[in-house]
Design a protein. Sequence first.
Length: 165
Amino acid sequence: MKFIETMLPYFQGEKMEALVFILPIGLLCMVFGGWLLSEGQPGFTRGVALPFIAMGLVISIIGATVGFRTPAQVVEIQQAYTANQIEAIQAERIRMEKVNKAWHWYLGLWIVFIILGLGLRLLNQSDFWRGFGIALVFFAGVGLMIDGFADRRARSYSNAINEMM
């Protein structure tokens, strides 16, 4: 039962972060980008708007996917645990190893966004690209925050699973 007591808060946190923070942020970004485009302003405004629409769509899809798949994922893991506790814990340990390895890739992506965004903002004369750069830095910050919470939750859960082995 300790496994279930450890698993439920992890997935509850994942679902809540996805549906209460990630999905709404994505939707708000699309609305903001759409509003900026509706202003009909060229240059800086358009440079900010396009990444807000694109990244807002991506963030919304991720938030909805994670948030709405989580309940089924919990049921599946609980059923596997009921059928064979050792195999279920081992399978979850392997899955979480993959999850934890991915954080380095995400961090790298956000670092690229920061460097590229700052470069575009500070080393470019085009208003469009300056706006685009600022948007990239914004999304790097959002990504770092989302992944910061998710990484800590995943590592805590992984450590608890490893202690059960």
